[in-house]
Structure formats: structure tokens, C-alpha cells
Design a protein around this ligand. Structure first.
Ligand code: ATP
Length: 172
């Protein structure tokens, strides 16, 4: 039998959970004094203290659709309401956390479904307390600032989708 090394042996014993969340790429139409449309990013506290700009997202409640969770989480985290224009790719990542009762290590497979949304109303001043800061970034600045590569790809996809939306509306 092939020998397993210590790491893969331990990983095999680790508990595995799947978590599903949903989130929004909330885009605000270009205003008269702006060169391009803007997107809402949030900054959440990180262990190292470095600012980390992300897309708003969160846990899908039981009995809730992924779309409803994305709209709710986006509103709670950014203070702003959006209307879904279309779905984007899912992203997937893994992380480990400690179990709440026994403190055992759990490998979490996280799957997040994002939607492109058009901003309708609300203010970033009204964001959730758990979020450190919310900012509107121009689309090109947001592509530079966003922390995770997978979210950057989702943002790129949302920008294509936004352009197609403007084209259909006869705005471009
Ligand atoms: P949710 O916002 O869905 O309720 P959460 O705030 O409980 O989730 P996550 O944002 O999934 O938790 O973060 C859990 C771990 O995964 C953290 O260490 C975080 O830095 C990391 N993480 C978050 N997003 C990504 C990503 N896109 N790629 C890789 N790692 C990520």
C-alpha cells in the first residue's frame, strides 16, 4: 500500500462542510460628472489589519432563494438596494475553521453565487456595523482594488453584462 504523508492523512480525517452564500455586483449608472459607472465594494476587518476590498455577500437563509439572499445581503452590507439584471459565475474556495462545540478543525468548501445588479436606491452611510467601510469605485479602479482574484473575474464578467444591458437600453 502507498504510504500517505502526515498532511494528507490529517486532511482525510478532517470534517468537511459545504457553505453556500450569494452576493451582488452592485453597479450605479454613470452620473453627469463621472467618466464611468461605479460599483460598490465593502471593506471587512481582517486579521492582519490590511484593508481588503470585496464584493458584498452572505449566507443563504433556509427557504430563501439565492437571488433573494443576494439582494438582502447586498442591501444589509452596503446600505443600498439593487435590482438583479442577471446571474454571474459561481466562485469556490476552501478555508478551515474551528468547530463551535469541540474546537475541531473543519475544512469548509465555500460556494458563492453572484448576480449583477443595478443600483436603485439607498445610501452607503446605512451599511451594516460588521462592515468597516463601503465605497463606490469606478469600474476600472474597482478592478485594481478588489482583493480576491475570483471576485475580480466575477467583476469583469459583471462589467460585460452591464455593457450588454446598456446596449439593450440604447444607452451605448
Ligand atoms: P459570508 O460573507 O458568506 O457570510 P463569512 O464572512 O463567514 O462569509 P468568508 O468571507 O467566506 O466568511 O471568509 C472565510 C475565509 O475565506 C476568510 O479567511 C476569508 O479571508 C477567505 N475568503 C473569503 N473570500 C475568499 C475568496 N474569494 N477567495 C479565497 N478566500 C476567501
Amino acid at each position: 500500500m502507498p504510504k500517505t504523508n502526515g498532511v494528507s492523512g490529517r486532511l482525510k480525517l478532517m470534517k468537511h462542510e459545504i457553505e453556500r452564500s450569494a452576493g451582488g455586483v452592485l453597479i450605479r449608472e454613470k452620473q453627469k460628472d463621472e467618466g464611468e459607472a461605479h460599483v460598490c465594494l465593502i471593506q471587512v476587518p481582517t486579521r492582519g489589519g490590511n484593508p481588503s476590498w470585496r464584493l458584498p455577500k452572505g449566507w443563504i437563509e433556509p427557504e430563501e432563494t439565492s437571488e433573494a439572499a443576494a439582494v438582502r445581503e447586498t442591501r444589509e452590507e452596503t446600505g443600498c438596494h439593487g435590482e438583479i439584471l442577471g446571474s454571474l459565475s459561481e466562485i469556490e474556495y476552501w478555508y478551515t475553521r474551528r468547530g463551535e462545540e469541540q474546537g475541531e478543525r473543519i475544512r469548509v468548501q465555500k460556494i458563492v453565487q453572484f448576480y449583477v445588479m443595478k443600483y436603485t436606491n439607498g445610501s452607503i452611510e446605512d451599511h451594516d456595523q460588521e462592515v468597516e467601510e463601503v465605497r463606490w469605485y469606478s469600474l476600472s479602479d474597482a478592478l485594481k482594488e478588489i482583493s480576491y482574484d475570483a471576485e475580480k473575474r466575477v467583476l469583469q464578467e459583471a462589467i460585460h453584462s452591464w455593457d450588454a444591458y446598456l446596449y439593450r437600453q440604447g444607452i451605448m
